[in-house]
Design a binder for this molecule. Structure first.
Ligand SMILES: Nc1nc2c(c(=O)[nH]1)N[C@H]1C(S)=C(S)[C@@H](COP(=O)(O)OP(=O)(O)OC[C@H]3O[C@@H](n4cnc5c(=O)[nH]c(N)nc54)[C@H](O)[C@@H]3O)O[C@H]1N2
Ligand SMILES: Nc1nc2c(c(=O)[nH]1)N[C@H]1C(S)=C(S)[C@@H](COP(=O)(O)OP(=O)(O)OC[C@H]3O[C@@H](n4cnc5c(=O)[nH]c(N)nc54)[C@H](O)[C@@H]3O)O[C@H]1N2
Ligand code: SF4
Ligand SMILES: [Mo]
Length: 672
């Protein structure tokens, strides 16, 4: 038995340190690495048994060729040479007839490793394929934060330990970022109070002293209401504003008067007295801290909402206080030069870009040239993309040549012409950086590839050779590429203990002295007023909404990581596809707890088991998790209801900006 260090590859802010026990070439046990500075030896329930994913009997072990109709799941095993030759000949004829832009890559973050996640970029740039706008997560959050704070560094996550008043705003930390709760627990032990703002009482409410339930998409108005009270009662930090803030006076004069607690109460559904209380507590705190989730950024007004909330700490000088500030997301992207992997310079002429949230539209409507081939890796668009009926309709096109490189037979892979088997993180090399802390980790394979699985990097090198792309870049190994990146460090990385990285240990990037009050904006100040924006000041704008009765919140499930872990029977055996609704609404619709119901709108419908609960307010229903279709009753999951509309800025997804009606299911539960 040997124990190796590794890191969690999934799209989770924590990027936990792992210890992998390997016996006779198999991973037999997975533990948290106690030496990891942030994750400190604990894992979530999903990764505690990562070996069950790695050695799952459901792993795809050979390349597969489709033998039945699209989507039927009928395949025959073939060899790698045959699979690559098949792709080569199909692509060559598509390129000859339609041009390379008829080929579209589709990838996101099934693995967060800097090599494997980005391995397709240099290949598809070289090919001249259509580009993908990778905005399915929360770009509006980044744009909203950036409008006020520019590229100011996020606080170290342990900063919160010294806060005395913490707002968890639109974040289900118990499910999505559990290790942040460790620091929050320390703050609580030191006397801090925690308030949670969400659209229903999530599991995270357990750690909060108070939960405010807000009407979906209205958080911008709440932030303005809090600032109204702070300005009205002169609770501002005048010295901080004078030295470090641009535009407070304009905001106070032109915008805040319109957002009295009474007006904001009408918009948000929160009692005016609660808005007053929250504003006073926030202003009176020694070091108020806001942990900002992504929830409210996934609306038509997402960027403006985040921008507005981001102004709050400036009014009370929170940034200058130990333990104060706002944590939206941690970016360590500048620590190393990712263009050494992505190689934009391989693109010989501009090619069109297709927004990944609108893949449904693109597959069905695009012409000149139409998309004739789709290459999917580290993603599962049949399940994670909005407007599922349109996506499945596109994937079902018999004239669409689809290749899916996957670990499991996902709903997307079921529609493939060729399926290629992918390695897991224990079988390939990579470099991981996190978005919830400042650590990085370099990982080596700890077991041999399962079956004939190959890593993304290796497959793109094979495809490059087959397509006649003769660049030496594609003749190196993933480790050689990593070595060359680390041999050319950024100034930030050069100051870090890189030898730790090469020894496989988690390495924390050093933070510059006084970084919290070095505001990286054009003015050097926090920019409440930003004249580069179309609207120079934040104000409340409305979400899209839909003409239906209930907002549908379809946020993460604690047992899944986006659509990953659906393969694990131990995680998915109970309570899938629940629709949570409050008793009064259920009563009005004459629905009973446990019965099968249909949520529907103009885009589609999905069946759920009804769960009546007082944790959900009137006018809202909640369905956690993005489930594979095998776990659904109606062969559709929540994305059959979500829309391809984009956010106000950042061209991001609007998953929670969706409304539905609900009815009892008739006898038929199959999809219309
Ligand atoms: N277990 C688990 N962990 C995950 C994931 C997962 O699928 N499962 N996904 C990972 C990924 S890719 C991401 S991006 C992160 C996201 O993690 P988070 O930042 O937590 O963001 P969301 O999950 O989008 O939403 C968080 C909360 O916002 C609430 N919310 C929705 N609309 C509103 C609103 O209008 N106002 C307010 N105040 N709250 C609202 C939702 O009810 C939800 O509880 O989590 C990562 N971690
Ligand atoms: N309704 C609804 N939909 C959502 C969300 C939501 O909250 N609600 N959340 C959205 C968000 S925030 C995000 S970020 C997206 C995420 O969407 P994706 O990034 O597509 O995430 P996953 O569902 O985890 O799918 C990743 C797939 O990659 C595969 N994979 C893992 N490692 C490798 C590898 O090394 N190589 C290859 N080739 N494949 C690999 C896995 O087996 C898995 O099937 O989903 C979005 N979709
Ligand atoms: S999914 Fe998140 S919490 Fe779970 S092990 Fe991975 S990084 Fe850690
Ligand atoms: Mo995400």
């Amino acid at each position: 038995m040997q124990i190796f260090r590794s890191a969690c590859p999934y799209d989770c802010p924590d990027t936990c340190g792992l210890l992998i026990h390997v016996d006779e070439g198999k991973a037999v046990k997975v533990e948290g690495d106690p030496e990891h500075p942030f994750t400190r030896g604990t894992l979530c329930p999903k990764m505690n048994h990562y070996e069950r994913t790695v050695h799952s009997p459901r792993r795809i072990e050979t390349p597969l060729l489709r033998t039945g109709p699209k989507g039927s799941g009928e395949f025959t095993p073939i060899g790698w040479d045959e699979a690559i030759a098949h792709i080569q000949s199909k692509w060559q004829s598509i390129i000859a007839q339609y041009g390379a832009e008829a080929i579209l890559p589709y990838s996101y973050a099934g693995s967060m490793g800097q090599i494997q996640r980005n391995a397709g970029h240099p290949f598809f740039y070289s090919l001249g394929a259509s580009q993908l706008e990778r905005t399915i997560c929360s770009p509006a959050k980044g744009v909203g934060y950036g409008a006020v704070m520019g590229s100011t560094m996020a606080p170290h996550p342990s900063e919160v330990q010294d806060s005395d008043f913490i707002i968890l705003w639109g974040i289900h930390a118990l499910a999505t970022s559990i290790h942040s709760l460790h620091d929050i627990k320390i703050a609580k032990e030191r006397g801090a109070k925690v308030w949670l703002i969400d659209t229903y009482q999530t599991g995270t409410a357990q750690v909060a002293d108070k939960t405010i339930v807000i009407r979906p998409g209205t958080d911008g108005a709440l932030a303005l209401g809090i600032m109204h009270v702070i300005a009205r009662d002169n609770l501002i930090d005048r010295d901080f504003i004078n030295t470090s803030v641009l535009g407070y006076e304009e905001l106070a004069a032109k915008i805040l008067p319109d957002y009295s607690p009474e007006v904001v109460s009408e918009i948000t559904g929160i009692a005016a007295s609660v808005i007053e209380e929250l504003a006073r507590l926030y202003a009176a705190a020694r070091a108020p801290f806001i942990t900002l989730g992504s929830g409210m950024s996934r609306y038509g007004n997402g960027a403006m909402t985040i921008r507005t909330i981001t102004c709050l700490p400036a009014l009370v000088g929170a940034w200058a206080k130990k333990g104060g500030g706002l944590l939206a997301s941690i970016s360590t992207g500048s620590a190393f030069d990712s263009s050494r992997v992505t190689r934009e310079d391989f693109l010989e002429r501009p090619t069109r870009s297709i927004n990944m949230n609108q893949i449904g539209e693109a597959l069905n409507e695009l012409s000149d040239p139409p998309i004739k081939s789709l290459y999917v890796y580290v993603s599962n668009p049949a399940i994670v993309a909005p407007d599922q009926n349109r996506v499945l309709q596109g994937l079902a096109r018999e004239d669409l040549f689809t290749v899916v490189h996957e670990r499991f037979m996902t709903d997307t892979a079921l529609y493939a012409d060729i399926v290629l088997p992918a390695t897991t993180s224990l079988e390939h090399s990579d470099l991981y950086r996190a978005y919830g802390h400042y650590c990085m980790q370099r990982c080596q394979p700890v077991i041999e590839p399962v079956g004939q699985a190959k890593s993304n990097w290796d497959v793109f090198c094979l495809l490059a050779a087959a397509m006649g792309i003769d660049k030496p870049f594609f003749k190196q190994s993933a480790d050689e590429l990593l070595d060359s990146i680390l041999a050319n460090p950024s100034p930030w990385l050069a100051n870090a203990p890189v030898d730790k990285l090469n020894a496989g240990l988690p390495m924390e990037l050093p933070l510059p002295e006084g970084y919290k009050t070095k505001f990286h904006t054009p003015s050097g100040k926090i920019e409440i007023l930003n004249t580069r924006e179309k609207e120079a000041l934040p104000r409340y704008t409305q979400p899209y909404g839909d003409p239906a009765d209930f907002w549908l919140i379809n946020s993460p499930d604690i047992r899944l990581l986006n659509s990953s872990f659906n393969e694990r029977a131990d995680l998915t055996q109970s309570n899938k596809m629940l629709l949570q609704m409050n008793a009064a609404d259920a009563g009005k619709l004459d629905l009973q707890d446990g019965q099968l119901v249909i949520a529907y709108n103009e885009r589609g419908q999905a069946a759920y088991q009804l769960k009546i609960t007082d944790k959900v307010p009137a006018g809202v229903v909640v369905a956690e998790g993005v489930w594979w279709l095998e776990h659904t009753v109606s062969r559709r999951s929540s994305n059959a209801l979500t829309s391809q509309r984009l956010t106000d800025r950042g061209r991001g997804s609007t998953f929670y900006d969706v409304k539905v009606n609900v009815r009892a299911s008739g006898e038929r539960t199959d999809q219309c």
